[in-house]
Design a binder for this molecule. Structure first.
Ligand code: NAP
Length: 418
């Protein structure tokens, strides 16, 4: 077989419609060959996937194969939640060398200290349609009628879903526009498809009852896949807190620093966050979120809103460290979306989180994982080992001989810090 790429065509053709509908293996292969011919590249790796074409239906259009991301595991992580109880090994999909090792170090500290306490304070996802009225007075009248109309709106929205339940409708009037924040309980689903549909039905009824002249399903106020102060203050999804008290000997032995040093890192870096106008305060919540989300078939774009959170590091009078992560906008699912795809399903099973009744448990494990990442990150910043850790674990220079394998030499390697 020739390894030379096929000659490149010069057209600007759309992916053929006929192939666009097909999820059969032959259709996927044919579409891939068509792309190879159009672009002059080879897609052998993209095509070498165990994922069945039909399994991708509902998750992607015009399939040509699968993108693969390296998958590591970090643990043991001891969690004391109300849904997640026990020791977990957490799958993390990433290309950032040092990330898994870093989370693993934080998990070792948490577990050595007896485990992380995790609680969920709220569990609701939001959609915010906008209705337009003839004038501001009419918009205000409609807003005032919302409480009285809520049961009817809940019935109309609820008729579109078996698992979704409309909990609240909170108005914001801007001129002659009425934005309504519909909050839904979404069971084990992330719920955006579910609640956009349900909110649309509720909104249609609201428009009829209140004489709106126009309406849009989305206003932007829900901050889905966008960061905002509203997420930090008001939340969206599950509101989670994960906390641990690390005895000073654990801080020293596992993190190689002191509680006082970590508190100083917190103080100095919170000033940087404030100076940048950052929404929330945290070391790198997005890292663990992204790696877990890819592994477990979550909607990865939700990292943008889920990563709006606050990390707190505090030295106690005894020299212990009290650490917490506070996540007001955590959306995770164990049903729907990409959770049923082969590798995602297996990763969820690794956590005992596949299927019905498991979304709160997954949320608690995610929160404890992020706490581990924050601890390790803070320790790395405080001890100045960030650069060394990435040099040891995270370099992959394309123009130099293969990096030496540091495996088995962890005693002398700098601690990882993603
Ligand atoms: P989905 O895969 O579209 O639907 C999941 C469905 O599973 C639910 O609607 C529900 O049906 C059913 N279900 C079965 N058992 C359930 C259980 N135990 N708990 C909850 N539901 C259960 O997923 P989704 O969560 O609604 O939406 C997530 C997807 O929406 C993501 O892939 C995301 O990319 C996408 N998304 C959509 C929008 C949008 O504007 N529509 C925006 C952002 C993201 P019933 O409803 O009949 O109960």
């Amino acid at each position: 077989l020739s390894t030379a790429p096929p000659p490149r065509r010069t057209g600007h053709a759309l992916v053929p419609r006929l192939l666009g509908q097909g999820y059969g293996e032959a259709q996927i292969a044919e579409r891939r060959r068509w792309v190879e011919a159009e672009t002059g590249c080879r897609l052998d790796e993209v095509g070498a996937t165990t994922m069945a074409g039909e399994a991708m239906r509902g998750n992607v259009e015009n399939p040509i194969g699968a993108a693969q991301v390296p998958l590591g595991v970090a643990g043991p992580l001891e969690v004391h939640g109300e849904h997640a109880r026990g020791v977990f090994y957490v799958p993390l999909a990433t290309t950032e060398g040092a990330l898994v090792r870093s989370y693993e170090r934080g998990m070792a500290a948490i577990t050595r200290a007896g485990g992380a306490t995790v609680r969920l304070l709220a569990d609701e996802n939001k959609v915010c349609p906008v209705l337009t009225y003839t004038d501001a007075a009419a918009a205000v009248d409609a807003a005032r009628r919302l409480p009285e109309l809520l049961p009817e709106l809940a019935a109309a929205g609820g008729a579109t879903t078996r698992h979704g339940r409309l909990l609240a409708a909170v108005p914001t009037v801007v001129g002659r526009r009425l934005i309504v924040a519909f909050s839904w309980s979404t069971g084990d689903a992330h719920g955006m498809n579910m609640i956009v549909r349900g909110s649309d039905a509720a909104c249609r009824l609201l428009a009829e009852r209140t004489g709106a002249v126009d309406r849009l399903a989305l206003s932007g106020m829900s901050s889905e896949k966008r960061p905002s102060g509203a997420l930090l203050a008001g939340g969206k999804g599950k509101r989670a807190v994960a906390a641990v008290r690390l005895p000073r000997r654990v801080v020293r032995a596992v993190l190689g620093t002191t509680a006082e040093r970590l508190a100083e890192v917190w103080h100095a870096t919170v000033l940087g966050h404030l100076s940048a106008g950052t929404i929330g305060y945290n070391g790198h919540l997005a890292n663990g979120l992204t790696a877990l989300f890819i592994a477990c078939g979550q909607d990865v774009a939700n990292v943008v809103n889920c990563a709006v959170g606050v990390t707190d590091l505090e030295a106690t009078a005894e020299g212990d460290l009290h650490a917490s992560v506070n996540l007001p906008s955590l959306t995770v699912a164990t049903v729907g979306g990409g959770t049923g795809l082969g590798t995602a399903r297996e990763c969820l099973e690794m956590l005992g989180c596949a299927g019905t009744g498991k979304a709160p448990k997954l949320a608690e494990i995610v929160a404890a994982t992020l706490l581990a990442g924050e601890l390790s990150f803070g320790a790395a910043v405080g001890s100045g080992e960030m650069v060394a850790a990435h040099e040891t674990y995270g370099r992959n220079r394309p123009d130099s001989p293969a990096a030496a394998d540091s495996g088995g030499d962890e005693a002398r390697a700098p601690e990882a810090a993603s």
